[in-house]
Structure formats: C-alpha cells, structure tokens
Design a protein around this ligand. Structure first.
Ligand SMILES: Nc1ncnc2c1ncn2[C@@H]1O[C@H](COP(=O)(O)OP(=O)(O)OP(=O)(O)O)[C@@H](O)[C@H]1O
Length: 559
C-alpha cells in the first residue's frame, strides 16, 4: 500500500462554514482529528501549514480555505523526509519558510530544467525592478544579469559564495542544482544582500589576522635564530668566561647595571647582550652617549619636549630617549661625562620613573631598564664632586668590569679570526688566513685602545696583505697611541702628556702641541674619509667616541 493511501498515515477532511463535516477520509474520519482540525480554521488567515501531534506522532496538515468550506489534508511524512518532518515538528514552520523566500537579506531565484524562471523572491524582484511574478516563465538569462543558473543545470555542480555583478553592484551568490531521482530538475540561486559589506569587513579582519600571524612568524624566526649578542663577545679567557657568566645571570634580573671598562673593551657589546637576554628584548635598545650630547640639547634629547618648547622645535613636540626606552633598555654610555645638573634630573627619573618634557608640566612615566657605562674612575669623580654619590648608588646595583685586552692576550687569535671572517664576508675579500707569527706579534703589543684598536690594526694589515694571508710585515708602524713604533702618547691617557722627569718644561709643552697637531690632522682626515661620521671616524682611529668629541670641542675652542 502506498504511503498516501494508508489511512493511518494520511487523511482528508472538508468542513463547511457551519462546522459540518462534508467529506472525510482516512485520518480525517477520526472524531478527535476532526475536532483538532476544526480548531485550526481560525489560524488560516496567517498560515496554511501546521504540525499536529496525534497519538504521539507528528503529522503535517495543509489547510485551504474555499468559498464556504475549508479543506484539510493530513499527511505523515517519513522521518527522512526532512521538509515534512520540519513542518510537522515546528509549529511555526510556515513562518520560517515564508521568511526564507521573502527575507530582505537574501534573494532567491528558482529556475526549472529549461532555465525558465519559476520564482523570484520579493527582495530580488524589487532589486531588478520587476513586478510580482513578472519574470515567471522567462528565460533566466533575460532576467538576471550575469546569471549562471542555466550553466548549473548543465553541469549539475553547485557554485557557492561566488561574486556576481548585477545592476552595477557586487553581490555574493550561491547557485545550487536541484536533483530529483538523479536528474537535475531545476536550480536555485541565492543572493546575499548584505554580504559584500560584511565580506569586506571579514576580509579586513582576515588581513589583520594574517599580518599578525606574519609578525609572529617573523618574531619566532627571530627568536629561533636570535643571536643573543653574548656570542658576539669573543674570547675564552677566564676573564671573558666570567664576564659572560655574569651577563647571563644579571640580564634577566631587570636591575640597573653599570659597565666599567677602558675604551674599546666592548661595553656597548655587553649592553646589547644584556638587553637581548632580558625580558625587554622585544623592543630595540635605546642608546644615549652622554659625552656626545651638546649641553644645550642634552635635556630635550633625554626628556623630549612639548610643542613650541623652543625655536626650531618640531611642531608636534618630540619624545626623548627616556620615553623611547619605555619597556626597553636604555644604554647610557659615558655616564661619567654627564654634567652635574643633568645628573640631578637623571636621579629623579631613576627614583620614580617620572619626568616632564622640556616646556611642559605634565608628568610622564617611563619604565626602562638602565645599563650605563663609563671608562672613567667614578670613585675619583665622586671625591672631586664631579659625580653624585646618590646617582652612583642608583646606577650601580650591579657593576660589571670589562677586562682590558692586555689582561687577556690569549683571546687575540679568536678575536682576529672572528673579525676576519666577518670582514671577508662584508667586503668580499679573501683575506682569511693569518700567519702564525702574527699572533705572537700582536700579543706583544700593549693595546691601550683595546679590541677596537686591535680590529683597526688588523683591518689595515689586511689592506697591505697579499690578499689572502696577513703577515707580521703587513702591520705598518701605527700613528695611533700605544703602538710600540710610535712616539705619540695615548690620547686616552692625558696625564702621560705631562713632562717626563728630567725633561725641560719647554720640551714638554712643545711635545704636547706637536701631539695635538698630529691628533688634530688625524681626526680631520678620519672624519673626511668617513663623511663626517664621528662614530666611524672614532672606530677607525681606535679612540673612543667620547675622546673624539672632547678633542673636537677643544679644536673648535681653539678656533
Ligand atoms: N670581546 C669582544 N669580542 C669581539 N669583539 C669585541 C669584543 N670587545 C669589543 N669588541 C669590538 O670592539 C669594538 C669596540 O667595542 P665597543 O664599542 O663595545 O667598546 P666600548 O667599550 O663601548 O668603547 P667606548 O668606551 O670607546 O665607547 C666593537 O667593534 C666591538 O664589536
């Protein structure tokens, strides 16, 4: 027996306007069913489909109101018949279906197997300026611009989330074939009316997330390949091993560190290593060279300034070094060269992190970790009241002493080799070998200019070498301090310029001025070669930047 003729699964009932049952069949003949259906007549104005439960089973009821009677069709679909199950199970199924075909956010076009329009939802009709039902029976290609529903009938393949231009706007559409018994009988096109804007937002969001992921990837690669900086400190001497161990211990502690060491002993290198091993390594370390700060600009450089703070100031004002170092490390090089009035201000910001920009009263806050460095004898400076004792306590909870090269001559071969490897890859030259005698020769020198000077001498020797191997003969008598073949005293040790015992006062003065003249011309030449770049000039000369600045100020003062 077929499902529709099974009286237990289906039924028919006609009720006239006086409430009499005019026709009954199957389930429609049951008295309880008749009473239930009678009660549904009042709802027919708003809905036609009902879900009714009889004996614990859901039935679908279709109601139709005629001139003087109402017809009810009762049907129990199979559980797998999703639509009937849906109608039978959801009391407001009619409203939902109604919403689906008339939603203002989603238009629908239904075509039959000949690609003729069978239905267009109201919003879609409105969009195409069609009257209700006006397009029915017309080929879809004549009604909808850029449609592909006819293609869907041919291919039988759904196209989901495609972009379609219609009436000058971009819409997102889905095209779905409708298959009955393995045959494509029609197709539905669905258009999302709000989607482009939402899609744009979504794509912006996706782009933002993509950028974020790319950034994390970069950081991850950085983390994986990150040279901690500590590897850059070359040497296996006891002194360097101890220094590296101390750096590793101190770096994560977030306490201020004072680095004490002669010029060129690697204070900047150590500051970098501390920063990169600290929790603050995500932001770049900010560097300040106190000796390089002209007195007039020092304050605004360090603390920043508010708009209009002084003539020539940037319109929007500017952040100072302390502010820039927020959540990072501030490397204060040559802290011993800081003028006393700035020392007071530095003390305040170190006490509570608070400061004001030049020309402003608003209190600002910066959370930086201080690493300072000096090649000066701070103890002596404190005694002669050139450096504040309270500031000294603030900057030196941990003090690391950097050993001079003369105390670790055994590191020279490794430093030279490391340097040559870097040099040959940078300059693409082939000077990679060092004659064995060279190390003995280099270890016999005094190195007042420390590693910087060593590197400088090796670089010069590489120029004079045969192009592959450096030999002792390639080291030219240096015009720089501390080298045995030159009679010029070290500029970093001015007291040595004092008259030697037994020398006539006039001789000492002549010597001083001769040295001064040689230095001046060396400095001028180096600046010229390095296009005025003081850092590079100092590197080349093997002197500290602070000494270079000092000499430049002296030269300027002489006119
Ligand atoms: N242990 C080391 N291993 C490798 N290179 C080093 C070492 N120490 C110093 N250098 C190199 O020597 C040069 C000078 O180092 P750096 O600028 O860190 O010294 P500094 O103590 O800060 O000098 P200054 O006091 O003159 O500013 C740099 O090129 C640095 O890379």
């Amino acid at each position: 027996m077929s499902e529709t003729h099974d009286p237990a699964r289906a039924g028919l009932l006609v009720i006239d306007d006086n409430g009499n049952f005019r026709f009954q069949d199957g389930l429609g003949a049951r008295a309880d069913v008749q009473e239930r259906l009678k009660g549904l007549r009042g709802q027919l104005r708003t809905r036609r489909l009902f879900g009714v439960e009889l004996d614990g089973v859901r039935y679908t009821v279709l109601g139709w109101r005629g001139a003087d009677a109402t017809l009810f069709l009762i049907h129990r679909g199979k559980r797998e018949d999703t639509l009937l199950d849906f109608i039978g199970s959801v009391d407001f199924a009619y409203s939902i279906l109604n919403h689906l075909v008339s939603s203002p956010y989603e238009g629908m076009t239904v075509v039959d197997h000949e690609a003729k329009v069978r239905f267009i939802s109201p919003v879609h009709e409105g969009f195409f300026r069609l009257g209700t039902g006006e397009a029915a029976g017309k080929p879809v290609t004549e009604v909808i611009e850029n449609t592909r529903l006819h293609e869907i009938l041919r291919t039988g393949k759904a196209e989901i989330g495609r972009v379609q231009e219609m009436r000058g706007v971009t819409r997102v559409v889905s095209r779905i074939p409708i298959v009955e018994g393995g045959v494509v009988v029609g197709a539905i096109g669905q258009v999302m009316f709000k989607a482009p804007e939402q899609l744009q937002q979504l794509s912006l969001e996706v782009n933002r997330l993509r950028d974020e992921i790319a950034q994390y990837k970069r950081e991850l690669t950085g983390l994986r390949t990150r040279s901690t900086g500590i590897e850059q400190i070359i040497g296996t001497s006891d002194a360097i091993r101890q220094l590296k161990a101390d750096i590793a211990k101190v770096a994560p502690l977030d306490v201020p560190v004072l680095l004490i060491g002669e010029s060129g002993t690697g204070k900047e290198l150590v500051a970098n290593a501390i920063h990169s091993l600290s929790a603050r390594h995500g932001r770049p370390m900010v560097m300040v060279n106190s000796a390089a700060l002209p007195a007039s600009l020092a304050e605004s450089e360090l603390f920043g300034y508010e708009p209009g703070a002084f003539t020539g100031a940037e319109r929007k004002g500017r952040k100072g070094k302390f502010e820039s170092a927020h959540k990072s490390t501030l490397f204060l090089d040559e802290v011993g060269d800081m003028p006393l009035d700035l020392q007071v201000k530095l003390l305040r910001i170190l006490q509570d992190g608070v400061f004001e920009r030049v020309g402003g009263e608003q209190q600002r806050f910066s959370d930086f970790r201080l690493v300072s460095a000096t090649n000066r004898d701070l103890g002596q400076m404190i005694q002669s009241e050139k450096f504040r004792l309270d500031l000294y306590y603030r900057i030196s909870p941990v003090t690391l002493r950097l050993p001079p090269l003369r105390e670790r001559l055994e590191d020279i071969p490794a430093i030279v080799q490391g340097f040559l490897a870097g040099l040959s890859s940078r300059n693409r030259n082939n000077v990679r070998f060092v004659d064995d005698k060279v190390y003995g020769y280099l270890q016999s020198l005094k190195w007042p200019g420390n590693v910087r000077q060593l590197l400088h001498e090796v670089e010069r020797a590489a120029i004079f070498s045969d192009g592959t191997t450096i030999r002792v003969e390639d080291f030219r008598p240096s015009a720089l301090p501390g080298m045995p073949s030159v009679a010029i005293p070290a500029p970093s040790a001015p007291p040595e310029l004092a008259a030697a015992p037994g020398a006539a006062p006039g001789q000492a003065a002549d010597m001083r001025s001769a040295v001064g003249t040689v230095e001046e011309s060396l400095i001028r030449d180096a600046l010229k070669r390095n296009d005025g770049n003081k850092k590079r000039a100092a590197e080349e000369l093997g002197i500290s930047r602070s000494y270079l600045y000092k000499r430049l100020r002296a030269i300027e003062a002489q006119g």
